[in-house]
Design a protein. Structure first.
Length: 196
């Protein structure tokens, strides 16, 4: 779990979230760690259902705003979270799921779900913007295997998915609450909305 939250902290993402929501950076980091499994789980699900797999996911991230999403949160201006809510609607399949995700993360972390619900779109923008920027960099290298570099390798590594092959590196295992490979499935079951 550390991995992606550390990256976001180094980029100044968590500082931006903390400043905007009027919370400490520690609270922002705790909230990010509580919410990250659901966000990454949603992205993983999208990668599995998109035509073209991770390549299709890269296209989707581009349509949602790409690397510009990251820049919006990092800029000193207040973040327009409507873009983040669009991302959440896309990766969770429904805006209602966001509420359940926040409540679930709040119950596990002891953080106020109302705060988590405000953080969720901003974190979604940071993560998808970051992934889009990483994926975009490797898209410039036609000789690279599409699945091997960029978004595929990055998401595979973060999720411990079939691409990165880094299944044992902690995050993939932590994403999973009941051994079926995706924490989001558990959350969706709690929401009573099993997505296929």
């Amino acid at each position: 779990m550390q991995q992606i939250t550390d990256i976001l902290a180094q980029m100044g993402g968590l500082q931006s979230v903390a400043r905007e929501l009027g919370v400490s950076e520690d609270q922002a980091a705790s909230g990010a760690e509580a919410l990250m499994p659901a966000i990454l789980g949603g992205l993983k699900k999208q990668a599995q259902t998109q035509p073209g797999g991770l390549g299709g996911l890269g296209d989707l991230l581009g349509q949602l705003g790409g690397g510009g999403l990251l820049d919006q949160v990092l800029s000193p201006q207040p973040t327009d979270v409507s873009a983040g809510n669009d991302v959440l609607g896309q990766i969770f399949g429904s805006k209602d799921v966001s509420r359940t995700v926040a409540q679930n993360a709040g119950a596990q972390s002891g953080i106020d779900p109302a705060l988590l619900k405000k953080m969720l779109p901003m974190l979604a923008m940071l993560v998808t913007g970051f992934l889009a920027k990483q994926g975009g960099a490797s898209a410039m290298q036609p000789e690279a295997e599409p699945e091997a570099g960029g978004l595929g390798g990055l998401l595979g590594g973060l999720l411990g998915g079939r691409t990165g092959g880094a299944g044992g590196s902690g995050l993939g295992a932590m994403l999973d609450m009941n051994g079926d490979g995706n924490a989001l499935d558990d959350i969706l079951r709690l929401a009573g909305k099993a997505m296929r």
